[in-house]
Design a protein. Structure first.
Length: 565
């Protein structure tokens, strides 16, 4: 479908020969005759005339199209000055990408390149097929996951025009990256195409950022407006109710949603920014059971989201929980848009955020040069520059390895004396093998240098006290975490660091002993409130590993069912 720069359109070969886009790692498989026959009875055949638009960008009512004859061109920016053909496909191939399964509007247009025929299946039928036919379903899902990655890497989809120094540009780009929305950033400071696009829409530079989404101009949209425009699910009713509300859509929350929905519970899962949490922003998770060559955070997230939806879980993103209160035997969670959700059980999976450095002028540079994640959103700003990564844990190590593929040099500033105090051995080995990653042990950042953007970092040796200035244009911070528990108020007991107490620890926090609890005793992952569970990084004593978070999410559902019997 998408993501291949420079693909020739149909008819570009010798004597009108059609040049198809080559298959890329399973992104464009060709269905065999048996698979085509199996699909034939599920859809409707229809002819395709040369030049006919088969898929309109932004159309929310798209079908799953299989090419039976002829060829189809997939086009990015159809009808604009920078229109480009990014894929040409023939008999046996199918169109679409991940949005067809998740309900997002397509980020491309598909037109018939020559006379042909297609088979059209409604999107709902496709979702049933993927769920019910393991072989064909996995083929389609894997292809769609790869296509989304190619589309993101190829700069397709949404156009973002604005300055690298704009906090709103950064907010929008981070939101789209976390939600895996394909986008291309046109930097006012460096990209000549940005001025041309502003002139095309009659927008002055001081009016940026602007976004071009499915041909529609958005002026500095909020996250909720952007989510609605691209088709991300948002709460649809002023007051919702469910059996289980999962707050936080990282691995722990997604696991709870999958297992809860699969047990027949009515599940709503919400997140303030995006599904995946910190794990979703990881370039590669290499110590997760069952994936010996590793799995990217976004692929793990997309598979879990689709799995949860398959069982009927409802997602609301972005939707931020602001407060929670008990109402008889239920809990009411107030959201940032003024709506609320009432649930019989609540799973708290809000995770943590990385702590800020205690250095002068951090506020100033956070707008332009300081980052708390290393994903596809941040990668483009690191091309050819020197970056500093602060921290000695696995997240810092993964960031350093990932950024080394884009940056000229990566310097890790680590407080510990040795990397193995906090980092897994496999990451240490990778760092040692990466030539443009240097490590400074027993060191801390003391100053940030620069005017509008970061130009350097002053680092102090914790043992000798000597200071050294490092040239750097970006700073990535992974130094401990703070739990996201402010919305809980005083409903549940927290430990001294703000993490949620569970099990017998929750009873002790209330000034009682497990033996003296006369009415009820918290279950293993249950908080000091009945039917409110805490899982993943937000829980006091959590192992803070993806596998542990997934296990806790699944276990919480078994406990919730036991509590509500």
């Amino acid at each position: 479908m998408t993501g291949l720069e420079g693909t020739e359109p149909a008819g570009g070969g010798e004597a009108g020969e059609v040049i198809e886009t080559p298959d890329l790692e399973g992104a464009y498989p060709r269905l065999d005759d048996a698979q085509l026959a199996a699909l034939d009875g599920l859809g409707q055949r229809r002819p395709a005339r040369p030049g006919e638009v088969l898929v309109h960008e932004g159309d929310r009512d798209c079908a799953f199209l299989v090419i039976l004859a002829g060829h189809v061109s997939v086009i990015d920016g159809h009808g604009t000055s920078d229109e480009r053909v990014i894929g040409v496909h023939g008999r046996g191939r199918f169109l679409g990408e991940l949005g067809l399964l998740t309900g997002e509007s397509p980020f491309y247009t598909a037109t018939a390149a020559d006379p042909g025929e297609v088979l059209a299946l409604p999107a709902g039928r496709l979702r049933e097929l993927v769920s019910q036919d393991p072989s064909l379903g996995d083929l389609i899902l894997r292809a769609y996951l790869i296509r989304r990655s190619l589309l993101i890497g190829g700069g397709g989809g949404v156009r973002v025009v604005g300055s690298r120094y704009s906090p709103d540009v950064r907010r929008v780009r981070e939101f789209m990256a976390r939600n895996r929305i394909p986008a291309r950033w046109l930097d006012l400071e460096a990209d000549p195409a940005a001025d041309a696009l502003l002139a095309q829409f009659g927008v002055a530079p001081e009016e940026t950022p602007i976004l071009i989404v499915h041909g529609q101009l958005l002026r500095n949209p909020g996250n909720a407006e952007l989510a609605a425009t691209v088709g991300l699910p948002v709460p649809s009713a002023p007051h919702s109710s469910c059996d289980l509300l999962v707050v936080g859509a990282g691995p722990a929350g997604l696991s709870a949603a999958v297992y809860g929905a699969s047990e027949g519970m009515q599940v709503i899962i919400l997140d303030a920014v995006a599904t995946g949490g910190q794990a979703g922003a990881s370039s590669r998770i290499e110590n997760y059971l069952g994936f010996p060559s590793g799995i990217s955070g976004d692929e793990l997230t997309e598979r879990a989201v689709f799995q949860a939806r398959k069982f009927g879980a409802q997602f609301a993103v972005p939707a931020e929980a602001m407060s929670i209160k008990r109402n008889d035997f239920d809990y009411i969670v107030q959201l940032d848009d003024g709506t609320s959700v009432t649930a019989a059980s609540v799973v708290v999976a809000t995770g943590c955020r990385y702590r800020r450095l205690n250095v002068p002028r951090l506020d100033h540079f956070e707008k332009t040069s300081v980052y708390y994640a290393a994903s596809q959103a941040e990668a483009p700003v690191c091309d050819g520059i020197h970056v500093v990564v602060v921290g000695g844990g696995n997240s810092a190590g993964q960031a350093a390895v990932f950024l080394s593929g884009r940056a000229a040099q990566v310097i890790m500033v680590v407080r510990e004396r040795e990397l193995d105090e906090s980092m897994s051995r496999y990451l240490i080995d990778q760092i040692e093998r990466t030539s443009n990653v240097d490590v400074m042990l027993s060191a801390e950042v003391r100053e940030l240098l620069g005017d509008q953007a970061l130009e350097g970092v002053v680092v102090e040796d914790r043992q000798a006290g000597a200071r050294r200035t490092l040239g750097a244009s970006a700073l990535f911070v992974f130094v401990g975490v703070t739990p996201c528990t402010g919305w809980l108020g005083d409903l549940v007991a927290l430990d001294d660091d703000g993490f949620v107490r569970t099990g017998s620890d929750a009873v002790l926090a209330r000034g009682a002993s497990p033996e003296s609890a006369d009415s009820w005793r918290p279950l293993t992952l249950e908080t000091s409130e009945p039917a409110v569970f805490a899982v993943g990084d937000v829980r006091s004593g959590s192992a803070r590993r993806v596998a542990a978070a997934v296990g806790e999410g699944a276990m919480a559902i078994r406990l919730a069912m036991e509590r509500t019997r």
